[in-house]
Design a protein around this ligand. Structure first.
Ligand code: NAD
Length: 499
């Protein structure tokens, strides 16, 4: 079994804490590696070196930094198959889905190749007599990224690429459940020419996360994970005077209007509900058909499609639609929630529980499940299930459906399927959710926009990647400069400078 290491100063370094966490292959249930859990002292050593490296990195001109991003992007492309294989092995998602995970991170790296344009400042000549005014964006220093298990390439890249191309050094604390892809990415970044110490991968659990939140040198924390932890991290980071943007969980609804193309809507629900076993923060977990006829017709189309879904290990190739859940505990939790749905009166039309795959009996597989007649007071509606379970909440009108979404605590993504432009437009304008799809089930914005939810799906301001990320990872310095022709004799005690 492999013993993983931290990635410090451009090299792999063994952990010294003596504490480890198992990394599993969720398809087989086997322990494939153990990851060291860092102590605050190990974190501190990584931060000290990062602080020194950052000073030099910030002085590298933006275009040269961008060239490192170009080579990094090329290396990610060249190593796509290896990265996807590593990712599928530790996460369980299918290989095409793993490539999508890498690709959506790579697209952020591509935008960061244009970081010099994002980092330009502002200038006003002759703002007063002999006075010029300008603003520049400077890096924060050492920043931290804390990432979840479900996108082992994409989310670390969302964190490291903007932060580093803006001249910061980053401490990346990947999920201890899927840490191996981050290590591969760090090695490729070094190969691309990133100076040692600018990206430090420090593994760990709550102990090291708390040390990050309390470390005086770390200026900002970018977090992605579940809502309770996002809220906790946001609070503790802010109390310690750090910038924080903390993205949390989700419960994404899709409204299906009577005029929607129901074949298209059903396919969208199957892809967005069950892809990656539902372990996506942008998964659609609630279908909201409007009107009894729409609901009945939609359900009739969904059932055979869902029953036909193939579940299995990523090694089975094209024969598999989605893989296992991340851990045995996750499988128990998801299947427990399904049981609660039945107990609380929802109609379980497709039951994915109790799935056993020959040769993979110890894998954490659960099949696709579909509920009808779900109501907002049920646990399957209130909780983020994070599994291959789609709940149908029937509504009589568009307005009721919209109000259901507005009342929900989460606000990450949502979608509407309709042929009516006015309804779609009204929905986009009024819904209180950060990312909206119109006849589009998983509206993850492209990398030159920004990603972020509302309500309990995100704490802090500014979104991830795109222009917002460059704002988050830089601070503005504004300079008022007067040269001699503008200087008059005598002290000016009033507050007006621009006469
Ligand atoms: P998680 O909250 O369990 O873990 C996320 C990170 O926080 C990990 O690095 C973990 O080590 C750390 N952590 C866990 N418990 C902690 C604690 N008590 N104190 C300090 N740090 C702790 O999340 P997960 O299970 O890895 O990921 C799934 C969740 O992430 C889902 O809720 C999903 O919706 C959400 N997610 C959100 C987005 C988004 O952009 N909004 C994207 C992907 C995933």
């Amino acid at each position: 079994m492999q013993e993983l290491q931290h990635y410090i100063n451009g090299a792999l370094v063994a952990g010294t804490s003596g504490r480890f966490s198992d990394v599993l292959n969720p398809s087989t249930g086997e322990v494939i590696a153990r990851v060291p859990l860092a102590t605050p002292a190990e974190l501190d050593a990584a931060v000290q070196k990062a602080a020194v490296a950052q000073q030099a990195w910030a002085k590298v001109n933006p275009q040269r930094r961008a060239r490192v991003m170009m080579r990094f992007g090329q290396l990610i492309n060249d190593n796509m198959d290896k990265l996807a294989e590593c990712l599928s092995r530790e996460h369980g998602k299918t290989l095409p889905d793993a490539k999508g995970d890498v690709q959506r991170g790579l697209e952020v790296v591509e935008v960061c190749m244009g970081a010099p344009a994002m980092l330009k400042g502002e200038y006003t000549g002759d703002a007063g007599p002999g006075i010029d005014l300008y603003a520049m964006r400077q890096p924060l220093g050492v920043v931290a990224g804390i990432t979840p298990f479900n996108f082992p390439a994409m989310i670390p890249l969302w964190k490291m690429a903007p932060a580093i191309s803006a001249g910061n050094a980053m401490i990346l604390k990947p999920s201890e459940r899927t840490p191996m892809t981050s290590l591969m990415l760090a090695e490729l970044f070094t190969e691309a020419g990133l100076p040692e110490g600018v990206l430090q991968v420090v593994h760990g659990d709550k102990e090291v996360v708390d040390a990050i939140l309390d470390h005086d040198t770390i200026q900002a924390v970018g977090f992605v994970g579940s809502t309770p932890i996002a809220q906790y991290i946001y609070g503790r980071a802010a109390t310690n005077g750090k910038r924080a943007q903390c993205f949390g969980g989700a419960k994404n609804h899709m409204i299906i209007m009577p005029d929607a193309d129901l074949d298209m809507a059903a396919d969208a629900l199957v892809g967005a509900g069950y892809g990656a076993a539902g372990e996506r923060c942008m998964a659609i977990s609630v279908a909201v058909p409007v009107g009894k006829e729409t609901a009945d017709r939609l359900i009739a189309k969904l059932i055979p499609k869902i029953e036909a879904l193939k579940v299995g290990p990523y090694t089975a190739g094209a024969d598999v639609d989605f893989g296992p859940l991340i851990t045995a505990a996750s499988k128990t939790r998801v299947e427990g929630l399904i049981a609660s749905g039945v107990e609380q009166g929802a109609k379980l039309l497709v039951d994915g529980r109790g799935l056993s795959i020959q040769g993979y009996e110890n894998g954490f597989f659960t099949g696709a499940s579909l509920f009808d007649d779900v109501t907002p007071d049920m646990d399957i509606y209130k909780e983020e299930i994070f599994g291959p379970v789609l709940s149908t909440v029937r509504m009589d009108s568009y307005e009721e459906a919209l109000q259901l979404i507005i009342a929900n605590d989460y606000g990450n993504g949502t979608a509407i399927y309709t042929a009516d432009g006015d309804t779609a437009r009204d929905f986009a304008a009024r819904v209180n959710v950060g990312m909206v799809g119109i006849n589009f089930p998983i509206p993850v914005p492209l990398s030159y926009y920004s990603f972020g939810g509302w309500k309990k799906s995100a704490f802090g301001d500014l979104n991830q990647y795109g222009p917002d990320a460059f704002k988050f990872y830089t601070k503005t310095k504004t300079v008022t400069a007067r040269w001699f022709s503008g200087i008059k004799d005598g002290a000016a005690l009033n507050f007006k400078a621009m006469d």
